[in-house]
Structures are given as structure tokens and as C-alpha cells.
Design a protein around this ligand. Structure first.
Ligand SMILES: *Cc1c(COP(=O)(O)O)cnc(C)c1O
Length: 416
């Protein structure tokens, strides 16, 4: 497809973009349970202003752009303090995947340097995010999958059995993505420590929720740097931190451990090259927007959004359980849930058909398998739509009874 021969007008282009977006998920109305997390108009306003200011800045070289070094220090430092990482330090990355890749890379380097392991293994529960498998693939580590227990949480005994003298990294999530339950971090991390391996807590979803739940007096099991053995934590500002896309954080327990993440090369004609993560040139816009959103909300703002989020998630869990034929997988503690067919109803009700019926009503939930379910990540932006959702969910169940779809695909993302 050729580029236009001569440039189009500004207004034409903007109008084309509006047209192009016509079929995109309607997150602005609270109808997507995932993908976009809406912190409200004040959050949008400051994020947009900061992103506009930093749209052209490059965080590749923070000597040339010291403001971005400061922004990164503050974003990382704020969250290290909230997660009780007294000596913790880290970097901003482009997203949860990049944070996880860096945790995998750091674990590999530590295994090589301290234990002379040249072909290491990662031990993960089957609920751990696909990014850990991507990391194993990229960095040449074997990924050992361990089935989760009947409650969807990592099975501590089975994880312990899977650890060998080649294990460089053990993983738990707070909470895990598929069913929203928190792995028993306090029992898992010491297993890694005993093997001199790293332990990563994937708090991509929970990092901006659990600390505020705890401050609100909600029950939250210990999962952060207070747990001995936790060496790295990933948390996404672009999820429940309510920042626009392109912002996540990787924290290491100490600066000493952090050095295994970074890469430097001093034999290039271009000079000494050092880079903390995967990207070379990286946009300042997501970093500045993330900083600005965190400054705008403060602890109180996040507590307010967390209250709304958790109340909404609980309303949905109770609402789903109240609909005959539906069940929630496990007992999720925070803002995620998976909606499945009640065991007794599997011959009469197909949750994927229910999902299709919801989609035709303008709701967006991803499909998952084992068990077949619909994934919902709840955030504050869903609150106004929660009652309508439950009404449409009940209607979708009633209308699809007895139907089954041959399409069992659970595509979560795309290749083109
Ligand atoms: C979203 C998510 C990731 C991956 O993050 P991206 O920002 O999509 O790259 C990893 N782990 C968990 C638990 C997540 O929810």
C-alpha cells in the first residue's frame, strides 16, 4: 500500500483517525474489562499535558535529558518505598513484559556469575504470565511449568520439588492474571532463597492495588520486599497505576542485584554504550505521563480509586455467583476475576457463547481456557457500568442456554 503522494491536511488526518477508531473497544464507557484502565478526567488531563511536553524527548541518554533521570528515580523510588524495599532500586520499562524479561535476564546473569550455571531453569506456576516463557525463549533458559493447586494458586510443594541446582529463578504472582488469586509468596520466596536463586513477584496487576488495599485495612497476604527471598518485583504503572501505555517498573531488592540487569559495551566506534533494559531509544512521553499521574493522584488518589475498584470487583463476584449457571474461578482477593460455567451446567451453558452474546452488547472480556472462562480485570472506570454488566450477563446466559460454539479459540493478542 503506497504512502500518499502528497501530504494530506491536518483536519483530514484527524478525521480519518476518528473513522479508524469506530470499531475499537469502548473503554471510555467502562465496557472493557482489561486493556485500558480509566482513572477519570483529571488523570487524563495531566497525563495528556505531560505526554505532549515529552512526546519528542529521548530517554536513551539521561545525561542529555536529566529530567527523565529524575522522573525515573522518583517513580521507582516512590514504589520501592511503598513496597518496603528500603535498599531497593530499579528502572522504568515500556511495560510488564519488558519488566519480566529484565527479571529473567538478571536471574540468568546472577546464576552465571555466582553459581557458574550456564544453562539455567526458571520454575513457574502454570498461571504465570506468558512473558516468562517469552523470557526463557529469548534468553536461552528452560522454563519448568508446575500445575497450580485446586484453588488456582501456586502449589508450594510441587514448586519446591521442581527446583534443581540449575534453577536461577522462581516466580509467583500477586495476583496472577488468569484467575486473580495471589500466590503464597511468603512460602515460595524462601524456597528460591535456599537455592541461591532469584524470586520474582509478578505484581504487574497488583503493584498499584495491593499496597493501597492494605492501607485501607483490607486483608492482603504479605507479598512484597517484606518477604525474605523476594529479589525482584514488576509492577505496571500503565495498568492500575492509571498511566497511559508504555510505563512499568522493575525493582530489585538491592543495587547489587540490579547490576545483573544492565548491559554495557565499551568497544564500539560509537563510544561507551550502556542501557538498563531492552529498548535503546525510548520515548520520554510514557515516563513523564506516569510520573505526572502518580503526582496528581498521590496516595489518597490511589486509595480512592482502589476503594472503587475493589467494591466494584466484589459486586461483580457476588453478582456472577448469584446467576444460576455461572461460577467465579477460585476466590480472587483483588480486582481480577474469571467467569466460568457452573460444573453442573456444563452440558447446558457454554461460557464462550455467553461471551459472544456480551460482545454483541458492547462488552469486552477475553476468553481463557482450563477452565473455559471469561477474564475480567476490574478498574475504577468500570464502576458506573457494573450494574448494567450484571443485567446483560444474566440476559446473555438466559438467551444462550443450550447453545455451544465450535470456536474454542482463546486468542489473547495478535501477530499482525
Ligand atoms: C499485563 C501483565 C503482564 C504483562 O504486561 P504487559 O504490560 O502486557 O507487557 C505480566 N503479568 C501480569 C500479571 C499481567 O497482568
Amino acid at each position: 500500500m503506497p504512502m500518499p503522494e502528497s501530504g494530506r491536511t491536518h483536519d483530514e488526518i484527524v478525521s480519518s483517525l476518528h473513522d479508524l477508531r469506530r470499531n475499537d473497544a469502548r473503554w471510555q464507557e467502562g465496557r472493557t474489562f482489561g486493556l485500558v484502565y480509566d482513572g477519570g478526567s483529571e488523570v487524563h488531563a495531566i497525563a495528556e499535558e505531560a505526554a505532549r511536553m515529552y512526546l519528542h524527548e529521548n530517554a536513551l541518554n539521561t545525561i542529555a535529558m536529566p529530567s527523565l533521570a529524575q522522573i525515573q528515580r522518583e517513580v521507582v523510588g516512590n514504589m520501592a518505598a511503598l513496597l518496603h524495599g528500603d535498599d531497593a532500586s530499579g528502572f522504568m520499562t515500556s511495560g510488564g513484559t519488558e519488566s519480566i524479561l529484565m527479571a529473567v535476564k538478571a536471574a540468568r546473569e546472577r546464576g552465571r556469575a555466582e553459581r557458574a550455571i550456564d544453562h539455567g531453569e526458571i520454575v513457574v506456576p502454570t498461571s504465570a504470565h506468558a512473558a516468562f516463557h517469552k523470557g526463557g525463549h529469548y534468553f536461552g533458559l528452560d522454563v519448568v511449568k508446575v500445575d497450580v493447586g485446586p484453588d488456582s494458586r501456586a502449589d508450594v510443594e510441587a514448586m519446591a520439588d521442581a527446583i534443581t541446582d540449575r534453577t536461577v529463578l522462581v516466580v509467583g504472582s500477586a495476583p496472577q492474571y488468569p484467575h486473580g488469586v495471589i500466590d503464597p509468596i511468603a512460602e515460595l520466596a524462601p524456597l528460591a532463597a535456599a537455592a541461591d536463586a532469584n524470586f520474582h513477584v509478578d505484581a504487574c496487576m497488583g503493584g498499584f492495588v495491593l499496597p493501597f488495599m492494605e492501607r485501607l485495612g483490607e486483608p492482603v497476604p504479605l507479598w512484597d520486599f517484606r518477604v525474605p527471598g523476594v529479589t525482584t518485583i514488576s509492577l505496571d504503572v500503565h495498568k492500575l497505576g492509571y498511566a497511559p501505555k508504555g510505563a512499568s517498573i522493575i525493582l530489585h531488592r538491592t543495587k547489587q542485584l540490579r547490576r545483573y540487569q544492565t548491559y554495557s559495551f565499551d568497544d564500539w566506534l560509537g563510544g561507551f554504550y550502556a542501557s538498563p533494559n531492552m529498548q535503546g531509544t525510548r520515548s520520554g512521553a510514557p515516563m513523564a505521563a506516569a510520573w505526572a499521574v502518580m503526582q496528581r493522584l498521590g496516595i489518597e488518589g490511589y486509595e480512592r480509586l482502589t476503594r472503587t475498584t475493589i467494591d466494584t470487583a466484589r459486586k461483580l463476584v457476588a453478582g456472577v455467583r448469584a446467576i444460576d449457571g455461572l461460577e467465579v474461578v477460585g476466590d480472587p482477593e483483588a480486582q481480577l476475576l474469571a467467569i466460568t460455567t457452573d460444573r453442573e451446567w456444563t452440558d447446558r451453558l457454554d461460557i464462550f457463547v455467553v461471551g459472544d452474546a456480551l460482545a454483541s452488547r458492547g462488552w469486552y472480556l477475553d476468553r481463557q481456557h482450563r477452565p473455559d472462562s471469561l477474564h475480567a480485570t476490574v478498574s475504577a472506570g468500570n464502576a458506573p457500568a457494573a450494574d448494567d454488566f450484571l443485567t446483560d450477563l444474566a440476559a446473555s446466559v438466559a438467551e444462550t442456554l443450550g447453545q455451544r460454539t465450535a470456536d474454542r479459540s482463546t486468542q489473547y493478542s495478535t501477530l499482525d
